[in-house]
Design a protein around this ligand. Structure first.
Ligand code: APR
Length: 253
């Protein structure tokens, strides 16, 4: 690992415009389970039950979603940034990171100190919710309190409409602005570093390919193999927190 960390440190030192692309694997060291590792969320729950169509289509679909959300949200709320998040903030502070494109909904990059405008959330954010009818905004803490009080599928106190978290469900349209910004930043990058993603969910997984096609050096730091490993210039098998801390130590001050 140390040779790889040294190589990645050199790449960050020399990069004109480095972009990080993160997945759930960057938050596992904060206690948030990922989706596709053994024991991950989709090992325990069927993703086909948590689609946008199911959520919008029936009260039962919403009840099922909130049953899971009621369990997962307290874990996200209790989580604190780990060494991987902190390393990205340090890189940004040294002007060695242009932005962080994330698939994660936990807000830990912002909590660690990355400016919100430098975090591009492709799959939304679990700390916010909105009424689909009148667009009234609610915090996830408010919605969680309704769930804890026994409301199995909360509706909007203002108009009775469906309240939905500000996360992108399977089959839901991606946030156009975030996707366009992510693609633009990827194409302008000369170093594109994936941290903790299985790179199996599209269209998010196209973003590293846009960077590679536009000439960026592609690095993948992940515990498990990914389908894009063969397209990467450097693959580092290991924990994002440990590796990114080692990279910082090896960089020029
Ligand atoms: N360091 C590095 N890699 C890690 C670590 C870690 N500490 N912990 C887990 N990993 C790796 C796993 O081996 C796995 O390959 O991170 C990857 C996480 O992959 P997924 O669980 O599939 O998460 P992600 O790639 O973010 O999923 C994309 O799928 O379910 C949807 O919307 C959800 O945004 C999510 C999307």
């Amino acid at each position: 690992m140390s040779g790889d960390a040294t190589r990645l440190a050199e790449l960050f030192d020399r990069a004109r415009r480095a972009v990080a692309f993160t997945g759930a694997g960057v938050s596992t060291e904060s206690g948030i389970p990922d989706f596709r590792s053994p024991g991950g969320i989709w090992d325990r729950f069927d993703p086909n039950e948590f689609t946008y169509a199911n959520f919008i289509g029936s009260l039962e679909g919403r009840r099922k979603y909130w049953e899971l959300g009621r369990v997962t949200y307290p874990v996200i709320r209790a989580a604190r940034p780990n060494a991987a998040h902190v390393a990205l903030v340090e890189l940004h502070g040294r002007d060695r990171l242009d932005c962080c494109i994330t698939q994660n909904i936990d807000g830990l990059h912002q909590a660690a100190g990355l400016p919100p405008e430098k975090v591009i959330e492709l799959h939304g954010n679990a700390t916010r919710a909105r009424c689909l009818a009148c667009s009234a905004a609610y915090t996830r803490d408010e919605v969680h309190a309704w769930l804890e009080a026994g409301d199995a599928a909360p509706t909007c106190p203002a108009c009775g409409g469906i309240v939905k978290p500000a996360t992108v469900l399977f089959g839901e349209a991606m946030p156009e602005g975030a996707m366009a910004e992510a693609e633009r930043r990827a194409r302008e990058a000369d170093l594109f570093v994936v941290l903790g993603s299985s790179l199996v969910v599209y269209p998010a997984a196209y973003i590293p390919l846009h960077a590679r096609e536009a000439g960026a050096t592609l690095v993948i730091v992940n515990l498990a193999p990914t389908p894009l490993d063969a397209r990467a210039d450097l693959v580092i098998r290991g924990r994002a927190g440990q590796i990114m801390s080692a990279v910082l130590e090896r960089m020029d001050r």
